[in-house]
Design a protein around this ligand. Structure first.
Ligand code: PLP
Length: 407
């Protein structure tokens, strides 16, 4: 090794911990094809296509006019914390105090703060797979070890009590739950959470991070439950994470929050105080309006999402070689493409993996999806149906036509 590579400018060793995203290849290919004039339908974006409700935007304008444009308390204004405490009480039946609430720049920062505040080198975090792409990298960056537990379609993509028990070691620090899930839309019922809670009660050193970001986007009357409410004895070691991004179509406002034990909330504020300080003052005022305002728009939007879910679900299940479970919530489908593996494209190349399937789908059908390998479970792929019904209809038609050509 020469001197320059030892002493010259180079990224930190911790960068080796971060995996290059498996979605990069698909994004690059989409962009190339778009530049070449192709009409690519992107179904990879995890963001509602609705606008932020008017009353929330008005509250943000009023906050700016009233001079709420300065630093705030690091982990949230008292008004927002009050609104969050009321939300947890009203919607989840969990009683948190002011010093048990943390607000960050998106749910992502809240999760990140929690890992940085708690993980020592080698601490293990149990992550049921398929998982939201950011969890393992966040854990690695914080010095922890992601322990992924495969939860296949046969278990409805949900962690079972037996697999949880098998995955726990003396080094386990956290279990992450995400319900309804990105990427599958599968949700844990109160009864499922009860069976996981029974295992967790036997292991007092394990904490639970529950990512409830999609709580309000749910279908067919499915009832949302969260573990600190199902088993109050776990409340002191549970971080209940939520945010306004998905339910209120506020992805760009960057507000996420959590309720948890005060020692953890305090440590998370210390981390945040040395990175971004407080989340945007204007966005916090908007989040107060979101959490204290009307929720009637949710039913209308969920009805639109549900119709789109059914459109795509029926579409996938009528294509020979694909099969898809019905999601309880969120705005994703996670079909299995096991029946397509080994088939041949018209150019004679064979499809060996879900990554090959996604590449072929974009080349042949002009539809961009994310391969299941990005979420830690193969052979599947994820689509987001948070896009216009017209685009979804066109995408499903293209996918069906392309799949009929595979031999
Ligand atoms: N958790 C899950 C499961 C998500 O899908 C996302 C966003 O895609 C987040 C957390 C982060 O949300 P936010 O926009 O609040 O950072």
């Amino acid at each position: 090794m020469d001197a320059a590579s030892v002493f010259g400018p180079r990224p930190a060793r911790r960068m080796n911990a971060v995996q290059p995203s498996p979605t990069i290849a698909i994004t690059r290919l989409s962009n190339e094809l778009r530049r070449a004039g192709e009409d690519i339908i992107g179904l990879s974006q995890g963001e509602p296509d609705f606008d932020t409700p008017r009353h929330i935007i008005e509250a943000a304008k009023a906050a700016m006019d009233a001079g709420q444009t300065r630093y705030t308390d690091v982990d949230g204004t008292p008004e927002l914390k009050r609104a969050i405490i009321a939300k947890f009480r009203r919607e989840n039946g969990i009683a948190y105090e002011h010093d048990q609430i943390s607000v960050g720049t998106g749910g992502k920062q809240v999760l990140y703060n929690a890992f940085f505040a708690t993980l020592d080198e080698g601490d293990e975090v149990i992550i049921p797979a398929p998982y939201w792409v950011s969890y393992p990298d966040m854990v690695r960056l914080a010095g922890g070890v992601p322990v992924t537990v495969p939860c296949g379609g046969e278990d409805g993509f949900l962690l079972t009590a037996a697999s949880l028990r098998n995955a726990i070691t003396s080094k386990t620090k956290w279990l992450i739950l995400n319900s309804p899930s990105n990427p599958t839309g599968a949700g844990y019922s109160a009864a499922c959470l009860r069976s996981l809670a029974d295992v967790l009660l036997e292991f007092p050193h394990v904490m639970v991070m529950t990512d409830d970001m999609y709580e309000h986007i749910r279908y067919d009357g499915w009832e949302f439950a969260t573990i600190a409410a199902v088993e109050p004895r776990l409340k002191d070691r549970t971080l209940t994470v939520n945010g306004v991004s998905k339910a209120y179509s506020m992805t760009g406002w960057r507000i996420g929050y959590a309720g948890g034990p005060s020692w953890l909330i305090k440590a998370m504020a210390t981390i945040q105080s040395q990175s971004t300080t407080n989340p945007s003052s204007v966005s916090q005022a908007a989040a107060v309006a979101a959490l204290t305002g009307p929720l009637d728009f949710l039913a209308e939007r969920n009805a639109v999402f549900q119709a789109r879910r059914d459109l795509c679900l029926n579409g996938f299940n009528s294509i020979e070689g694909l099969s898809c479970l019905k999601p309880d919530g969120a705005f994703y489908l996670f079909p299995s493409c096991a029946g397509m593996i080994g088939r041949k494209r018209s150019d004679g190349r064979s499809i060996e993996s879900d990554a090959d399937f996604a590449t072929w789908l974009i080349e042949d059908a002009g539809v961009a999806v994310v391969p299941g390998s990005a979420f830690g479970l193969t052979p599947y792929f994820r689509i987001s149906f948070a896009t216009s019904t017209q685009r979804l209809e066109a995408a499903m038609e293209r996918i069906a036509k392309a799949c009929s050509k595979l031999i």
